[in-house]
Ligand binder design. Structure first.
Ligand SMILES: [Zn+2]
Length: 298
């Protein structure tokens, strides 16, 4: 399936997701489960820009410009050739100062890094190997970059906490979701029942074929649900990674009503997303951001 851009945004809108156009024309999605929370700003950014909308404005089911392959001439706007996400542009899109954005060196592991002061060296933190970041400090924006894996954004409005998590199949096998929820409870007093979770754009079960190695790695951490692995042929399955993340979050104590999912497959939507399975190593990566509002107090 290679769904058209307009159809994709409408489908997302029907699920309650909102297409937004940020400062600079960057197009991103938000989920109601986080957008209704007053303490946080969040965005699941695409690589798409809408040149006609250069100021921040929200549009439900916005109609972005046609894909470059369907319009004559001009610089291509789909699948731009860049290897690193543009942090400054992403921050600007959602009206955050670029220096507030912190990333991590994602390694498909289960290390969880806490950032406690906005004033600390966030650039240094960005070089540390980790697949989850969390903070209770206003003024820090946590970013995760993905290109088929699940970007997971978490917020506990009760204890004023945010987290950004990178979840691929190796992360599931390393129990990263369980580790994150446990750390949030141990170090920030977070009750999982209060956590809000936004599951961002990831490769869908439509496109994500895996083999016995993944099946067995999941079985080792107790993930064997029939809805997780859709049989295709001998020792081949289609994996529902986003659905797995949802089920693991619920297993950790999150309420189903507090979990939202952006229902767009990264491989099926080249007009919006980079995809490792579609593009290989030459791909870029999209950013997902969450920030606690307010100025740093440190
Ligand atoms: Zn797909």
């Amino acid at each position: 399936m290679n769904e058209g851009a307009d159809h994709a945004t409408l489908r997302a809108a029907r699920q309650g997701c909102v297409t937004q156009i940020g400062a600079g024309g960057a197009l991103y999605f938000t989920l109601p489960v986080l957008a209704t929370e007053p303490l946080v700003t969040h965005a699941f950014l695409t690589h798409r820009k809408c040149a006609a909308a250069m100021s921040a404005a929200a549009h439900v089911g916005a109609r972005p410009e046609p894909d470059s392959r369907t319009r004559g001439g001009g610089a291509p706007i789909s699948e731009p050739a860049r290897s690193r996400p543009d942090l400054a542009a992403a921050a600007t899109a959602v009206n955050l100062p670029p220096e507030a954005v912190v990333t991590m060196r994602q390694v498909h592991g289960s290390a969880v890094l806490r950032l406690s002061k906005a004033g600390e060296d966030l650039a240094r933190a960005s070089r540390q190997a980790a697949d989850a970041l969390f903070t209770t400090t206003p003024g820090i924006a946590l970013a995760v970059s993905t290109a088929d894996c699940v970007p997971l954004l978490l917020h506990d409005p009760t204890c004023g906490l945010i987290a950004a998590v990178h979840v691929g199949w190796r992360g599931v096998a390393a129990a990263i979701i369980e580790r994150v929820v446990e750390r949030l409870g141990d170090e920030a007093g977070c009750d999982a029942a209060n956590l809000r979770a936004g599951i961002g754009p990831a490769i869908g079960a439509c496109c994500y074929e895996v083999g016995r190695d993944v099946f067995e790695a999941f079985a080792a951490v107790g993930v064997t649900a029939a809805e997780t692995f859709l049989p295709r042929s001998q020792d081949r399955w289609h994996l529902d990674l986003a659905g797995t993340v949802r089920r693991l979050l619920q297993r950790c104590g999150l309420r189903g009503a507090h979990i939202g999912t952006l229902p767009l497959c990264t491989k099926c939507h080249p007009a919006y997303f980079f995809s490792h399975r579609r593009q290989g190593e030459r791909r870029g990566a999209q950013l997902s951001l969450i920030a606690l509002q307010g100025r740093e107090t440190a």
